[in-house]
Design a protein around this ligand. Structure first.
Ligand code: UDX
Length: 437
Protein backbone atom coordinates (compact mmCIF):
# COMPACT_ATOMS: atom_id res chain seq x y z
CA UNK A 1 0.00 0.00 0.00
CA UNK A 2 1.31 3.48 -0.83
CA UNK A 3 1.01 5.76 2.15
CA UNK A 4 1.88 9.36 2.93
CA UNK A 5 2.42 10.79 6.40
CA UNK A 6 2.05 14.56 6.84
CA UNK A 7 4.11 15.86 9.75
CA UNK A 8 7.29 14.06 10.81
CA UNK A 9 7.45 14.99 14.47
CA UNK A 10 7.29 12.38 17.20
CA UNK A 11 4.12 10.76 15.98
CA UNK A 12 4.68 11.10 12.24
CA UNK A 13 8.32 9.99 12.10
CA UNK A 14 7.55 6.86 14.14
CA UNK A 15 4.39 6.11 12.17
CA UNK A 16 6.16 6.49 8.81
CA UNK A 17 9.09 4.29 9.86
CA UNK A 18 6.81 1.59 11.30
CA UNK A 19 4.50 1.52 8.26
CA UNK A 20 7.55 1.01 6.00
CA UNK A 21 8.75 -1.75 8.31
CA UNK A 22 5.37 -3.45 7.83
CA UNK A 23 5.97 -3.51 4.07
CA UNK A 24 4.12 -0.38 2.94
CA UNK A 25 5.63 2.19 0.60
CA UNK A 26 5.78 5.39 2.62
CA UNK A 27 6.60 9.03 2.01
CA UNK A 28 6.89 11.33 5.03
CA UNK A 29 6.33 15.04 4.48
CA UNK A 30 7.46 17.85 6.74
CA UNK A 31 8.03 21.58 6.24
CA UNK A 32 11.31 21.40 8.19
CA UNK A 33 14.03 20.71 5.60
CA UNK A 34 16.67 19.87 8.22
CA UNK A 35 14.38 17.27 9.79
CA UNK A 36 13.57 15.75 6.40
CA UNK A 37 17.26 15.51 5.56
CA UNK A 38 18.08 13.87 8.89
CA UNK A 39 15.25 11.35 8.60
CA UNK A 40 16.14 10.51 4.99
CA UNK A 41 19.73 9.82 6.01
CA UNK A 42 18.55 7.41 8.70
CA UNK A 43 19.13 9.62 11.71
CA UNK A 44 16.33 10.13 14.26
CA UNK A 45 15.78 13.76 15.31
CA UNK A 46 14.33 12.45 18.60
CA UNK A 47 15.55 9.92 21.15
CA UNK A 48 13.32 6.90 20.65
CA UNK A 49 14.55 3.32 21.09
CA UNK A 50 14.48 1.37 17.81
CA UNK A 51 13.53 4.30 15.58
CA UNK A 52 16.92 4.81 13.99
CA UNK A 53 17.17 1.13 13.01
CA UNK A 54 13.80 1.35 11.28
CA UNK A 55 14.74 4.58 9.46
CA UNK A 56 17.90 2.94 8.16
CA UNK A 57 16.13 -0.26 7.15
CA UNK A 58 13.43 1.81 5.44
CA UNK A 59 15.96 3.83 3.47
CA UNK A 60 17.88 0.71 2.48
CA UNK A 61 14.72 -1.06 1.27
CA UNK A 62 13.70 2.02 -0.73
CA UNK A 63 10.25 1.86 0.89
CA UNK A 64 10.72 4.92 3.11
CA UNK A 65 11.37 8.38 1.68
CA UNK A 66 10.94 11.91 3.00
CA UNK A 67 10.13 15.20 1.27
CA UNK A 68 9.43 18.83 2.11
CA UNK A 69 6.77 19.45 -0.54
CA UNK A 70 3.24 18.05 -0.20
CA UNK A 71 3.25 17.19 -3.94
CA UNK A 72 5.27 14.10 -2.94
CA UNK A 73 2.04 12.51 -1.62
CA UNK A 74 0.73 12.02 -5.18
CA UNK A 75 0.19 8.37 -5.90
CA UNK A 76 -0.42 7.44 -2.26
CA UNK A 77 -3.93 6.19 -1.48
CA UNK A 78 -3.89 6.74 2.26
CA UNK A 79 -2.65 10.01 3.78
CA UNK A 80 -2.02 10.17 7.52
CA UNK A 81 -2.16 13.57 9.21
CA UNK A 82 0.21 13.45 12.17
CA UNK A 83 0.97 17.10 12.88
CA UNK A 84 1.07 18.64 16.36
CA UNK A 85 -1.88 20.19 18.20
CA UNK A 86 -0.09 22.26 20.85
CA UNK A 87 -1.77 24.26 23.59
CA UNK A 88 -2.66 27.76 22.38
CA UNK A 89 -0.50 30.42 24.00
CA UNK A 90 -2.22 31.78 27.09
CA UNK A 91 -5.26 29.52 26.64
CA UNK A 92 -6.25 25.95 27.42
CA UNK A 93 -7.61 25.14 23.98
CA UNK A 94 -5.64 23.24 21.32
CA UNK A 95 -4.11 25.09 18.39
CA UNK A 96 -5.47 23.41 15.25
CA UNK A 97 -3.62 25.57 12.75
CA UNK A 98 -1.18 22.79 11.79
CA UNK A 99 -4.02 20.32 11.19
CA UNK A 100 -5.87 22.83 9.04
CA UNK A 101 -2.69 23.68 7.12
CA UNK A 102 -2.02 19.96 6.52
CA UNK A 103 -5.51 19.49 5.02
CA UNK A 104 -5.17 22.61 2.84
CA UNK A 105 -1.73 21.40 1.71
CA UNK A 106 -3.14 17.99 0.78
CA UNK A 107 -6.19 19.25 -1.13
CA UNK A 108 -4.51 20.01 -4.50
CA UNK A 109 -2.90 16.56 -4.53
CA UNK A 110 -5.79 14.30 -3.53
CA UNK A 111 -7.38 11.92 -6.01
CA UNK A 112 -11.03 10.82 -5.71
CA UNK A 113 -11.24 7.75 -3.50
CA UNK A 114 -8.17 8.68 -1.46
CA UNK A 115 -8.40 8.23 2.28
CA UNK A 116 -7.21 10.97 4.65
CA UNK A 117 -6.60 9.64 8.17
CA UNK A 118 -6.31 11.94 11.16
CA UNK A 119 -3.96 10.68 13.87
CA UNK A 120 -3.37 13.93 15.75
CA UNK A 121 -5.12 14.47 19.09
CA UNK A 122 -7.93 16.93 18.36
CA UNK A 123 -10.97 18.39 20.12
CA UNK A 124 -14.13 16.40 19.45
CA UNK A 125 -15.91 17.84 16.40
CA UNK A 126 -12.75 18.48 14.37
CA UNK A 127 -13.08 15.45 12.07
CA UNK A 128 -16.62 16.37 11.01
CA UNK A 129 -15.45 19.88 10.17
CA UNK A 130 -12.48 18.55 8.16
CA UNK A 131 -14.66 16.11 6.17
CA UNK A 132 -16.89 19.08 5.27
CA UNK A 133 -13.81 20.93 4.03
CA UNK A 134 -12.75 17.94 1.87
CA UNK A 135 -16.28 17.75 0.41
CA UNK A 136 -16.64 21.47 -0.19
CA UNK A 137 -13.31 21.48 -2.08
CA UNK A 138 -14.65 18.63 -4.26
CA UNK A 139 -11.71 16.37 -3.38
CA UNK A 140 -13.70 13.12 -3.50
CA UNK A 141 -11.55 11.96 -0.57
CA UNK A 142 -12.90 10.28 2.56
CA UNK A 143 -11.73 11.13 6.06
CA UNK A 144 -11.21 8.68 8.93
CA UNK A 145 -10.12 9.41 12.49
CA UNK A 146 -7.65 6.91 13.90
CA UNK A 147 -6.25 8.16 17.22
CA UNK A 148 -2.77 7.17 18.29
CA UNK A 149 -2.02 5.97 21.81
CA UNK A 150 1.76 5.54 21.62
CA UNK A 151 3.95 6.24 24.61
CA UNK A 152 7.29 7.94 24.21
CA UNK A 153 10.07 5.48 24.83
CA UNK A 154 7.84 2.63 23.54
CA UNK A 155 6.65 4.37 20.40
CA UNK A 156 7.89 1.76 17.92
CA UNK A 157 6.48 -1.13 19.93
CA UNK A 158 3.17 0.65 20.52
CA UNK A 159 2.81 1.43 16.80
CA UNK A 160 3.64 -2.07 15.54
CA UNK A 161 1.70 -3.83 18.32
CA UNK A 162 -1.00 -1.43 19.59
CA UNK A 163 -3.30 -2.39 22.51
CA UNK A 164 -6.25 -1.60 20.26
CA UNK A 165 -7.12 0.14 17.02
CA UNK A 166 -9.89 2.71 16.81
CA UNK A 167 -11.37 3.88 13.50
CA UNK A 168 -13.77 6.79 13.41
CA UNK A 169 -15.47 6.61 10.01
CA UNK A 170 -18.48 8.22 8.29
CA UNK A 171 -21.71 6.28 7.76
CA UNK A 172 -22.48 4.21 4.66
CA UNK A 173 -20.32 3.34 1.68
CA UNK A 174 -17.54 5.92 2.31
CA UNK A 175 -17.18 4.49 5.83
CA UNK A 176 -16.95 0.94 4.43
CA UNK A 177 -14.26 2.07 2.00
CA UNK A 178 -12.31 3.77 4.79
CA UNK A 179 -12.49 0.66 6.89
CA UNK A 180 -11.30 -1.60 4.09
CA UNK A 181 -8.28 0.61 3.40
CA UNK A 182 -7.39 0.91 7.09
CA UNK A 183 -7.71 -2.86 7.51
CA UNK A 184 -5.16 -3.21 4.72
CA UNK A 185 -2.81 -0.72 6.40
CA UNK A 186 -3.08 -2.50 9.74
CA UNK A 187 -3.28 -6.06 8.38
CA UNK A 188 -0.29 -7.13 10.47
CA UNK A 189 -1.73 -6.06 13.84
CA UNK A 190 -5.26 -7.20 12.95
CA UNK A 191 -3.89 -10.58 11.88
CA UNK A 192 -2.49 -10.97 15.39
CA UNK A 193 -5.89 -10.37 16.94
CA UNK A 194 -5.52 -6.70 17.97
CA UNK A 195 -8.93 -5.49 19.17
CA UNK A 196 -10.61 -3.12 16.71
CA UNK A 197 -13.31 -0.60 17.51
CA UNK A 198 -15.04 0.92 14.49
CA UNK A 199 -17.16 3.90 15.41
CA UNK A 200 -18.12 7.43 14.41
CA UNK A 201 -15.81 10.45 14.28
CA UNK A 202 -16.87 11.99 17.58
CA UNK A 203 -16.42 8.78 19.55
CA UNK A 204 -12.99 8.11 18.02
CA UNK A 205 -11.85 11.63 18.91
CA UNK A 206 -13.26 11.29 22.42
CA UNK A 207 -11.56 7.93 23.08
CA UNK A 208 -8.19 9.65 22.94
CA UNK A 209 -9.23 12.58 25.14
CA UNK A 210 -10.85 10.21 27.65
CA UNK A 211 -7.86 7.84 27.76
CA UNK A 212 -5.43 10.63 28.55
CA UNK A 213 -7.84 12.18 31.06
CA UNK A 214 -8.16 8.83 32.82
CA UNK A 215 -4.39 8.26 32.96
CA UNK A 216 -3.82 11.78 34.31
CA UNK A 217 -6.57 11.19 36.89
CA UNK A 218 -4.96 7.97 38.05
CA UNK A 219 -1.62 9.70 38.59
CA UNK A 220 -3.10 12.72 40.38
CA UNK A 221 -5.28 10.42 42.49
CA UNK A 222 -2.25 8.58 43.85
CA UNK A 223 -0.41 11.88 44.27
CA UNK A 224 -3.34 13.19 46.32
CA UNK A 225 -3.11 10.00 48.43
CA UNK A 226 0.60 10.70 48.76
CA UNK A 227 -0.16 14.12 50.27
CA UNK A 228 -2.49 12.47 52.79
CA UNK A 229 0.07 9.75 53.50
CA UNK A 230 2.67 12.45 54.20
CA UNK A 231 0.37 14.14 56.69
CA UNK A 232 -0.66 10.86 58.34
CA UNK A 233 2.71 9.10 58.40
CA UNK A 234 1.57 6.39 55.98
CA UNK A 235 3.42 4.90 53.00
CA UNK A 236 1.91 5.61 49.59
CA UNK A 237 3.98 2.92 47.83
CA UNK A 238 2.56 0.17 50.05
CA UNK A 239 -0.87 1.73 49.61
CA UNK A 240 -0.49 1.65 45.81
CA UNK A 241 0.68 -1.98 45.91
CA UNK A 242 -2.35 -2.96 47.96
CA UNK A 243 -4.76 -0.99 45.74
CA UNK A 244 -3.16 -2.42 42.64
CA UNK A 245 -3.97 -6.01 43.58
CA UNK A 246 -7.62 -5.16 43.04
CA UNK A 247 -7.90 -6.01 39.35
CA UNK A 248 -10.59 -3.37 38.97
CA UNK A 249 -7.99 -0.75 39.91
CA UNK A 250 -4.67 -2.17 38.66
CA UNK A 251 -1.19 -1.17 39.78
CA UNK A 252 -0.04 0.69 36.66
CA UNK A 253 -0.03 4.51 36.66
CA UNK A 254 -0.23 4.51 40.45
CA UNK A 255 3.33 5.68 41.03
CA UNK A 256 3.30 8.74 43.25
CA UNK A 257 5.98 11.36 42.77
CA UNK A 258 6.51 14.74 41.18
CA UNK A 259 3.74 14.12 38.67
CA UNK A 260 3.13 13.90 34.95
CA UNK A 261 4.58 16.01 32.18
CA UNK A 262 5.45 15.67 28.52
CA UNK A 263 3.91 16.83 25.29
CA UNK A 264 0.57 15.06 25.77
CA UNK A 265 -1.12 14.54 29.14
CA UNK A 266 -0.87 18.15 30.46
CA UNK A 267 -2.00 19.88 27.28
CA UNK A 268 -4.58 17.23 26.44
CA UNK A 269 -6.48 17.51 29.73
CA UNK A 270 -6.54 21.30 29.33
CA UNK A 271 -7.76 21.10 25.73
CA UNK A 272 -10.43 18.61 26.81
CA UNK A 273 -11.63 21.00 29.50
CA UNK A 274 -11.76 23.87 27.00
CA UNK A 275 -13.72 21.79 24.47
CA UNK A 276 -16.17 20.53 27.10
CA UNK A 277 -16.82 24.16 28.09
CA UNK A 278 -17.50 25.05 24.44
CA UNK A 279 -19.99 22.19 24.34
CA UNK A 280 -21.74 23.57 27.45
CA UNK A 281 -20.53 20.61 29.54
CA UNK A 282 -17.68 22.22 31.44
CA UNK A 283 -18.98 20.81 34.72
CA UNK A 284 -18.62 17.23 33.44
CA UNK A 285 -14.85 17.52 33.40
CA UNK A 286 -14.37 20.29 35.95
CA UNK A 287 -12.48 17.70 38.03
CA UNK A 288 -9.69 17.78 35.43
CA UNK A 289 -8.79 21.27 36.69
CA UNK A 290 -8.21 19.70 40.09
CA UNK A 291 -6.18 16.91 38.47
CA UNK A 292 -4.00 19.58 36.82
CA UNK A 293 -3.67 21.56 40.06
CA UNK A 294 -2.64 18.49 42.11
CA UNK A 295 -0.10 17.63 39.43
CA UNK A 296 1.43 21.10 39.25
CA UNK A 297 1.81 21.53 43.03
CA UNK A 298 3.87 18.33 43.35
CA UNK A 299 6.89 20.12 41.88
CA UNK A 300 6.90 22.79 44.58
CA UNK A 301 6.29 20.14 47.25
CA UNK A 302 9.47 18.40 46.05
CA UNK A 303 11.41 21.67 46.22
CA UNK A 304 10.02 22.37 49.71
CA UNK A 305 11.16 18.91 50.78
CA UNK A 306 14.71 19.66 49.61
CA UNK A 307 14.73 23.05 51.37
CA UNK A 308 13.47 21.49 54.60
CA UNK A 309 16.00 18.65 54.44
CA UNK A 310 18.78 21.21 54.00
CA UNK A 311 17.75 22.99 57.21
CA UNK A 312 15.62 25.69 55.63
CA UNK A 313 17.78 26.92 52.74
CA UNK A 314 19.37 25.63 49.56
CA UNK A 315 21.21 28.90 48.98
CA UNK A 316 24.73 28.22 47.66
CA UNK A 317 24.42 24.52 48.45
CA UNK A 318 25.37 21.95 45.86
CA UNK A 319 22.31 20.00 44.82
CA UNK A 320 22.63 17.15 42.31
CA UNK A 321 19.53 16.61 40.21
CA UNK A 322 19.26 13.11 38.70
CA UNK A 323 17.05 13.32 35.62
CA UNK A 324 15.69 16.07 33.39
CA UNK A 325 13.46 14.27 30.88
CA UNK A 326 9.74 14.09 31.67
CA UNK A 327 10.18 10.31 31.92
CA UNK A 328 12.93 7.71 31.35
CA UNK A 329 13.97 6.55 27.86
CA UNK A 330 13.23 9.98 26.42
CA UNK A 331 15.08 13.23 25.75
CA UNK A 332 11.81 15.12 25.86
CA UNK A 333 11.67 17.98 28.38
CA UNK A 334 8.35 19.47 27.28
CA UNK A 335 6.54 20.36 30.50
CA UNK A 336 9.02 18.16 32.37
CA UNK A 337 8.45 18.13 36.15
CA UNK A 338 12.10 17.09 36.59
CA UNK A 339 13.48 20.08 34.70
CA UNK A 340 11.04 22.35 36.50
CA UNK A 341 12.31 21.16 39.90
CA UNK A 342 15.91 21.85 38.80
CA UNK A 343 14.98 25.34 37.64
CA UNK A 344 13.11 26.12 40.87
CA UNK A 345 16.06 24.97 43.00
CA UNK A 346 18.39 27.13 40.92
CA UNK A 347 15.97 30.03 41.42
CA UNK A 348 16.41 29.63 45.18
CA UNK A 349 20.16 30.02 44.83
CA UNK A 350 21.22 26.37 44.90
CA UNK A 351 24.26 25.30 42.88
CA UNK A 352 22.37 22.84 40.74
CA UNK A 353 24.29 20.18 38.86
CA UNK A 354 21.81 18.26 36.73
CA UNK A 355 22.43 15.11 34.78
CA UNK A 356 20.41 12.92 32.43
CA UNK A 357 21.39 10.15 30.00
CA UNK A 358 19.53 11.80 27.09
CA UNK A 359 18.02 15.17 27.93
CA UNK A 360 21.00 17.44 28.66
CA UNK A 361 21.09 19.02 25.16
CA UNK A 362 17.34 19.74 25.16
CA UNK A 363 17.53 21.14 28.72
CA UNK A 364 20.62 23.23 28.05
CA UNK A 365 18.91 24.98 25.16
CA UNK A 366 16.02 26.06 27.40
CA UNK A 367 17.89 26.68 30.66
CA UNK A 368 21.56 27.46 30.08
CA UNK A 369 21.73 28.93 33.59
CA UNK A 370 21.71 25.43 35.13
CA UNK A 371 24.87 23.43 35.78
CA UNK A 372 25.10 20.15 33.85
CA UNK A 373 27.32 17.08 34.06
CA UNK A 374 27.09 14.23 31.57
CA UNK A 375 28.68 11.70 33.89
CA UNK A 376 26.55 10.66 36.88
CA UNK A 377 29.56 10.34 39.17
CA UNK A 378 30.82 13.80 38.22
CA UNK A 379 27.37 15.16 38.96
CA UNK A 380 27.31 13.51 42.39
CA UNK A 381 30.75 14.61 43.54
CA UNK A 382 30.51 16.96 46.52
CA UNK A 383 26.68 17.01 46.59
CA UNK A 384 24.99 18.23 49.75
CA UNK A 385 21.70 16.75 48.53
CA UNK A 386 20.85 14.28 45.75
CA UNK A 387 17.44 14.71 44.18
CA UNK A 388 16.09 11.93 41.93
CA UNK A 389 13.39 13.29 39.61
CA UNK A 390 13.38 10.99 36.54
CA UNK A 391 13.49 7.26 37.28
CA UNK A 392 16.07 6.18 34.68
CA UNK A 393 17.18 2.60 35.50
CA UNK A 394 20.77 3.78 35.92
CA UNK A 395 19.66 6.01 38.83
CA UNK A 396 17.38 3.41 40.35
CA UNK A 397 20.28 0.95 40.30
CA UNK A 398 22.89 3.26 41.86
CA UNK A 399 24.84 1.54 44.61
CA UNK A 400 24.27 3.65 47.76
CA UNK A 401 27.54 2.44 49.29
CA UNK A 402 29.66 3.41 46.30
CA UNK A 403 27.85 6.69 45.68
CA UNK A 404 28.15 7.52 49.38
CA UNK A 405 31.87 7.96 48.87
CA UNK A 406 31.32 10.72 46.29
CA UNK A 407 28.94 13.10 48.02
CA UNK A 408 29.56 15.69 50.72
CA UNK A 409 26.43 14.71 52.61
CA UNK A 410 24.44 11.48 52.41
CA UNK A 411 21.03 12.99 51.79
CA UNK A 412 18.81 11.61 49.04
CA UNK A 413 15.35 12.84 48.06
CA UNK A 414 13.41 10.46 45.84
CA UNK A 415 10.89 12.33 43.70
CA UNK A 416 9.79 9.10 41.99
CA UNK A 417 9.73 6.70 44.96
CA UNK A 418 11.90 4.17 43.15
CA UNK A 419 14.90 3.77 45.42
CA UNK A 420 15.12 0.98 47.96
CA UNK A 421 14.79 3.14 51.08
CA UNK A 422 16.06 0.42 53.42
CA UNK A 423 19.23 -0.18 51.37
CA UNK A 424 20.03 3.53 51.18
CA UNK A 425 19.43 3.98 54.91
CA UNK A 426 21.60 0.96 55.66
CA UNK A 427 24.40 2.66 53.69
CA UNK A 428 24.18 5.67 56.00
CA UNK A 429 21.93 7.89 53.89
CA UNK A 430 19.05 10.02 55.02
CA UNK A 431 16.33 8.94 52.60
CA UNK A 432 13.14 10.87 51.89
CA UNK A 433 10.45 9.86 49.39
CA UNK A 434 7.15 11.55 48.55
CA UNK A 435 4.37 10.18 50.73
CA UNK A 436 6.68 7.76 52.50
CA UNK A 437 7.46 7.91 56.20
C1 UDX B 1 0.93 9.50 27.19
C2 UDX B 1 -0.04 8.32 27.11
O1 UDX B 1 0.39 7.27 27.96
C3 UDX B 1 -0.15 7.83 25.68
O2 UDX B 1 -1.10 6.79 25.59
C4 UDX B 1 -0.56 9.00 24.80
O3 UDX B 1 -0.61 8.60 23.45
C5 UDX B 1 0.40 10.16 24.95
O4 UDX B 1 0.52 10.52 26.32
P1 UDX B 1 3.60 9.71 27.24
O5 UDX B 1 3.40 11.19 27.27
O6 UDX B 1 4.63 9.15 26.33
O7 UDX B 1 2.22 9.00 26.84
O8 UDX B 1 3.99 9.26 28.70
P2 UDX B 1 3.42 8.32 29.85
O9 UDX B 1 4.22 7.09 29.90
O10 UDX B 1 1.97 8.21 29.78
O11 UDX B 1 3.83 9.19 31.12
C6 UDX B 1 3.30 10.51 31.28
C7 UDX B 1 3.83 11.15 32.52
O12 UDX B 1 3.23 10.58 33.67
C8 UDX B 1 5.34 11.05 32.74
O13 UDX B 1 5.82 12.31 33.17
C9 UDX B 1 5.46 10.01 33.83
O14 UDX B 1 6.63 10.20 34.61
C10 UDX B 1 4.21 10.27 34.65
N1 UDX B 1 3.74 9.12 35.44
C11 UDX B 1 3.36 7.97 34.80
C12 UDX B 1 3.69 9.20 36.82
O15 UDX B 1 4.02 10.24 37.41
N2 UDX B 1 3.23 8.13 37.53
C13 UDX B 1 2.84 6.97 36.94
O16 UDX B 1 2.44 6.05 37.66
C14 UDX B 1 2.91 6.89 35.53
Amino acid sequence: MRISVIGCGYLGAVHAACMAQLGHEVVGVDVDAAKVEALASGSAPIFEPGLEDLLQAGAASGRLTFATGTAAVRGARVHFVAVGTPQRRGENAADLSYVDAAIEGLLPHLAPGDLVVGKSTVPVGTAARLQERLDEAGSGAVLAWNPEFLREGFAVRDTISPDRLVYGVPAGEPGERARTLLDEVYADALGRGTPLIVTDYATAELVKAAANAFLATKISFINAMSEIADAAGADVTALADALGHDVRIGRRFLNAGIGFGGGCLPKDIRAFTARAEELGRGESVAFLKEIDAINLRRRQQMVDMVVEALDGSVFQKKVTVLGLAFKPESDDVRDSPALDVAVRLHGLGAHVVATDPAAIPTSLRLHPQLGFATDTRDALRGAEAVVLVTEWPQYRDLDPVEVGGLVASRLVLDGRNVLDAAAWRAAGWTYRGMGRP
